[in-house]
Design a protein around this ligand. Structure first.
Ligand SMILES: Cc1ncc(COP(=O)(O)O)c(C=O)c1O
Length: 390
């Protein structure tokens, strides 16, 4: 039996494969420091866990509205209204098991052969995978290291065609940790305002920001109707395993996305949605505490990497990743990633896992303790020195 053609176009998120490789080594007794996986190493705050337990015990264990329970959608609308400064109708909110399914649903609902989607590259790999799966053309625009891993607006404009249907933004960004500037966002808004193009704005790292204020393109005049605003609970509240995310959608996309939800997962677990209400309305202290710790780790890892000959690392403004340039270590970034895993016991990802423009870079997640980061830096320093002696 042959698989469908479209399966050959579906990529994956290789962080999970590297994790499996690293765990296989651990099972054989090797000590591995995990800097490959992108999830906060903090526990979900207790009050959120308590809210889930309470909801379970109250019997919120049955199917519910595919779009998401109304009280959660109302809270999401309220919070987003406050942070974005625009009126949000709860009917625009759709709740999903994690933010990720929205990528799938939007590409399925919007794109087909002949369409084009522009995205900054390197980028979280599921975007390119889903664009390819839909049959549309993936159009990467290079993020420049010398611009702090931002794109050049003129280069992006040069990639527009009458077939462009979607522009994807992600700020703060995975894998580079870069943050878009107001001029970038205004530039994109100007591009789409008189064209039939949607912006897909992935803002799941909005709170993991070390300088300045998060700017959402949905805040700009007229942009709410043109923006698919993706957000979630995984990163802000250390809830990756819960699978709870949401999007604020332009009116035209609500019904098709809800139909896709009904067709795929029916709904998001209602007791989790009740915990989501607690996450948004309960105490928020855990967030700045986590971000302050991430900032310390960012400085530790950036300073440490910049002291290793052959490696140079931009200091990112957000998320919990660094994307150092390893073009001078003497081997390509894929070999270097394997070398660090097998020789040094440090699991990281080659930049190419995030698209072709990731060549020559590696991604390290600093969602790990300062102690482990220091140990990893020592190991990387030694491994690079050994390489130079070969
Ligand atoms: C940029 C970006 N968007 C979305 C997601 C997925 O988030 P969730 O766990 O809510 O599905 C990730 C996860 O790493 C991410 O890096």
């Amino acid at each position: 039996m042959e698989l469908s053609q479209r399966m050959s176009r579906l990529g994956t998120e290789t962080a999970f494969q590297v994790l499996a490789k690293a765990q296989a080594l651990e099972a054989k007794g090797k000590d591995i420091i995990h800097l490959e996986i992108g999830e906060p190493d903090f526990d979900t705050p207790q009050h959120i866990r308590d809210a889930a337990t309470k909801a379970l015990n109250k019997g919120y264990t049955h199917y519910c509205n595919s779009q998401g329970i109304v009280p959660l959608r109302q809270e999401i609308a309220k919070v987003t209204e406050k942070t974005r400064g625009v009126k949000i109708d709860p009917d625009r909110v759709v709740v999903t098991p994690g933010a990720k399914p929205i990528m799938f649903y939007i590409m399925m609902a919007l794109l087909e052969e002949g369409d084009e989607a522009i995205f900054p590259s390197p980028l979280y790999p599921i975007y390119e995978s889903m664009i390819n799966f839909s049959g549309a053309k993936a159009v990467p625009v290079r993020l420049h290291e010398e611009l702090g891993f931002r794109f050049d607006l003129d280069e992006l404009k040069a990639r527009l065609t009458p077939r462009t249907k979607l522009i994807i933004l992600n700020s703060p960004q995975n894998p580079t940790g870069s943050v878009l500037e107001e001029a970038d966002i205004r530039g994109i808004a100007e591009i789409v305002c008189d064209r039939d193009i949607y912006v897909f704005s992935d803002e799941v790292y909005e709170h993991i920001l070390y300088e300045g204020k998060h700017i959402s393109i949905a805040s700009l005049p007229g942009m709410l109707d043109k923006t698919i605003l993706l957000n979630g609970f995984s990163k802000t509240y250390a809830m990756t395993g819960w699978r709870l995310g949401y999007a604020i959608l332009p009116p035209k996309l609500i019904e098709p996305v809800v139909r896709l939800i009904t067709n795929s997962v029916s709904c998001t677990a209602p007791f989790l949605q009740h915990a989501g209400i607690e996450a948004l309305t309960g105490p928020q202290e855990s967030v700045p505490i986590m971000v302050a710790e991430f900032k310390k780790r960012r400085d530790l890892i950036v300073d440490g990497l910049n002291q290793i000959p052959g490696i140079s690392c931009v200091r990112p403004k957000g998320a919990f990743y660094v994307f150092p340039n390893v073009k001078k270590v003497g081997i390509d970034c894929r070999q270097f990633a394997d070398y660090l895993l097998y020789e040094a016991g440090v699991a990281i990802l080659p930049g190419t896992h995030f698209g072709e423009y990731g060549e020559g870079y590696i991604r390290l997640s600093y969602a790990n303790s300062q102690e482990n980061i220091k140990k990893a830096l020592d190991r990387i320093r030694e491994a690079v020195a050994k390489l130079n002696k070969k």
